[in-house]
Design a binder for this molecule. Structure first.
Ligand SMILES: C[S@@+](CC[C@H](N)C(=O)[O-])C[C@H]1O[C@@H](n2cnc3c(N)ncnc32)[C@H](O)[C@@H]1O
Length: 236
């Protein structure tokens, strides 16, 4: 099955193909329906989910930017968030997230908004959670979504609230840490893991060359490229 998925992946050159995605967080399993056009969770999203499982969101109004199939929104609901606001660039993606939330019996109030990244109304929120686009950000400046997230967090999150996000070492960890510190945030690294490159990295020569310019972007062991995945919790 995995081989079939990777094959489809290679043919279409993107990360958007229909699948039933089963993911295990310890003994906790989610079975998500991910139709074509909705982002298939990658190890980045799974790592963020694993870290969310160890956190508590009791009583909080949580904003998730770019919710995709709703993988994190489900965990936030299960970790006692009082209200969720979910954004995406297309209504159909939000409809799929709502389907997966209902499939997992999440019954907290949920607001959905079609909005461009941080152009969201309705805050300020207690916590902002996201897995920002990077490798496939579609921007010449790939860090666009990470940088605007950090720079605009004060517009969306209450003072004392939290910004929680995942990024790869490929997206320059020291740069994110510096930017968060420059913006007065107290940063904790919640958890780190590593894993082999996604197939689609090798389809983009420009991406690979850019990554070779970032110190610490990746490591090679036995001829395999590995990236690190880091979840930050920044307190405003
Ligand atoms: C890396 S994916 C993460 C999806 C999901 N949270 C996960 O981890 O599986 C980034 C998501 O952001 C959405 N996105 C891309 N550009 C956006 C924008 N300008 N505003 C809001 N969301 C955007 C994409 O549609 C995609 O679902």
């Amino acid at each position: 099955m995995q081989e079939q998925r990777e094959d489809l992946h290679r043919r279409h050159g993107n990360n958007l193909y229909p699948v039933e995605f089963e993911v295990q967080f310890g003994d906790h399993e989610l079975v998500l329906d991910v139709p074509g056009g909705v982002w298939n969770p990658t190890p980045h999203g799974v790592h963020l989910g694993t870290m969310l499982m160890g956190m508590d969101f009791s009583g909080e109004h949580v904003l998730e930017l770019g919710t995709g199939c709703g993988i994190h929104a489900i965990l936030l609901g299960q970790r006692n968030a009082a209200r969720l606001t979910l954004t995406e660039i297309e209504r159909s993606v939000l409809d799929n997230a709502l389907h997966n939330l209902s499939k997992h019996d999440i019954d907290v109030p949920i607001d959905t908004t079609v909005a461009d990244w941080t152009a969201v109304e309705g805050g300020p929120f207690d916590t902002l959670v996201t897995n920002p686009p990077f490798a496939k950000s579609g921007k010449r400046y790939r860090r666009y979504f990470i940088d605007t997230l950090i720079l605009d967090a004060h517009k969306l999150v209450k003072p004392g609230g939290r910004l929680i996000f995942v990024q790869s070492s490929m997206a320059d960890v020291p740069r994110s840490l510096r930017l968060m510190h420059e913006n007065g945030m107290n940063v904790t690294i919640v958890g780190e893991t590593d894993g082999p490159f996604r197939d689609y990295y090798f389809e983009d020569e420009t991406y690979l060359r850019e990554m070779a310019e970032i110190p610490g972007a990746y490591a090679m062991r036995d001829g395999v490229h590995y990236e690190r995945l880091i979840v930050f919790e920044a307190r405003l």
